[in-house]
Structures are given as structure tokens and as C-alpha cells.
Design a protein around this ligand. Structure first.
Ligand code: SF4
Length: 244
């Protein structure tokens, strides 16, 4: 779709999106730039991915990987995680934000997987979000990465890129998710989540988007674009600050 439909006076309009042509070009360019996008979280099974994603809230993938390398070496199944116990899990993840609560959730979700799902990670969002500490975002990542579902989990990077570019503007992650669902062409849906995260993490950075080397700058609405610092004279105008 190109624009929101006409609404009656007095009603709020949905934010304008880029339109199908530009949206298609953006995803094609991102796909060309990263032909085989993957999560940067390390995992060896659906269970270890589920735990890694649950631990990654308010933490970096690098920080999570550092902690889980040792944790998963001794506990890569719900049964082994229960045997390790809350204190044992906590010891391994103390370097990650909210570790106390996360250790409690990892044990509780391991117990529920055994009690209600035969020790397997369920495939549906409804079942996944019943697990302690598993919200819609975590469920979407697991469904996409493990089961190949075309879900888009909106994290801070996707939220930023969707708003700056105009792909799917929204005030909340749910709004952005709904917008992306609506505008993303079917052939790009499976990879959209990864392309947008990686683009936000490495190019469209929070503090200063690196527009001068961005493969989608041509279609992005963000303005003014950040100029190439190597071409900005030290006596000339300063690079513009990123909008908040
Ligand atoms: S042009 Fe700049 S703001 Fe737009 S997506 Fe690229 S890096 Fe982000």
C-alpha cells in the first residue's frame, strides 16, 4: 500500500509510508547487501535460541553470547537447566542486565516446557508467549529463526530504521510491527527482521546514522542525511546531528 486511506475529519490518519515501489527497492537493496542474514545470537537448538533471545532484552548480543557460551556448554536442554537451578543460571548470566529476573524466568520456562510441551519449544506465538519471560518480540524471533515464519520482531533497531526511513512509522513497537506487516512485500518478509536489525546496528546507528555509506539512502525519508565525515572540511559546516 502507498498511503493510508482517507479518513473522516477529526479522525487521526495513519502515518504516510513510502509506497510499494520504494519499499520494494529498499528490501531489494538490503537483501543484496546481506544475502544471508542471520541472528548474531549463538545457539545450538530451538531451546538455546529461546533462552538466548529471552536473555537479550536490554543487553547486547555480544554480551549474551559471552554468557551463554559457558551456560549452554553445561545446560542446553530444559532438563539440564532445571538441574543447574536458579542460582547456577544466575552465576552464568550476572554480566547481563536484569539477570536475577532472567535467571528466574529461564528456570520457570524450562519447567513449563517439560510440564506442558514435552520438553520441546512450541511453534505458535500463543504457546510461546505463555512461557515465563517470553513476550511477543521473543516469540517472533524464535518463530522466524527456528520455524521459518515470516514474523518481524520490532526491537530498538527496527523501530528506529522503520521510523527514519518512513518504511513503517509508528509511535510504539506494536504500531511499527503492524506497519511492517502491512507494507513488506511477501518475498521479503522472512528476512525483513534480520535486514532491518543489522542495518540499524551497523549503518543506521542510533546516535549518528551513517547515511553516506547507506545502500538505501536514495529512498529513505530521513533528512538531512549525515555527510561523509572524510569529505567534510574541518573549517566547513559540521555534520548535522541525528534527530531524536
Ligand atoms: S539514509 Fe541514513 S537515516 Fe536513512 S536508513 Fe540510511 S543511514 Fe538510516
Amino acid at each position: 500500500m502507498t498511503e493510508s486511506p482517507q479518513k473522516k475529519p477529526g479522525k487521526k490518519r495513519a502515518p504516510r509510508t513510502l509506497g510499494p515501489e520504494k519499499t520494494e527497492k529498499i528490501f531489494a537493496a538490503l537483501a543484496h547487501d546481506r544475502p544471508d542474514p542471520k541472528t548474531e545470537l549463538e545457539y545450538t537448538s530451538p531451546f538455546t535460541l529461546l533462552v538466548a533471545v529471552a536473555l537479550s532484552a536490554q543487553a547486547t548480543d555480544v554480551g549474551v553470547n559471552k554468557a551463554t557460551r559457558k551456560l549452554f556448554a553445561i545446560a542446553d536442554t530444559p532438563e539440564k537447566m532445571l538441574a543447574l537451578g536458579e542460582e547456577g543460571v544466575a552465576e552464568h548470566i550476572k554480566t547481563i542486565g536484569l539477570w536475577r529476573n532472567k535467571a528466574k524466568n529461564v528456570i520457570a520456562l524450562s519447567q513449563m516446557l517439560i510440564d506442558e510441551f514435552g520438553g520441546e519449544v512450541p511453534r505458535t506465538r500463543e504457546a510461546l508467549t505463555r512461557l515465563p519471560g517470553v513476550g511477543r518480540k521473543t516469540a517472533n524471533v524464535v518463530m522466524n529463526e527456528v520455524f521459518g515464519e515470516p514474523t518481524i520482531a520490532v526491537d530498538t533497531h527496527i523501530f528506529r530504521v522503520s521510523n527514519r526511513t518512513g518504511l513503517a512509522p509508528g509511535k510504539t513497537p506494536d504500531e511499527v510491527e503492524a506497519g511492517l506487516e502491512r507494507v513488506t512485500p511477501p518475498q521479503w518478509k522472512k528476512g525483513a527482521h534480520h535486514w532491518l536489525i543489522l542495518h540499524g546496528r551497523y549503518v543506521c546507528k542510533a546516535r549518528t546514522p551513517e547515511c553516506w555509506r547507506c545502500v538505501i539512502a536514495e529512498w529513505c525519508k530521513y533528512s538531512p542525511k549525515t555527510p561523509d565525515p572524510s569529505k567534510v572540511s574541518s573549517l566547513g559546516p559540521k555534520a548535522p546531528k541525528a534527530r531524536k
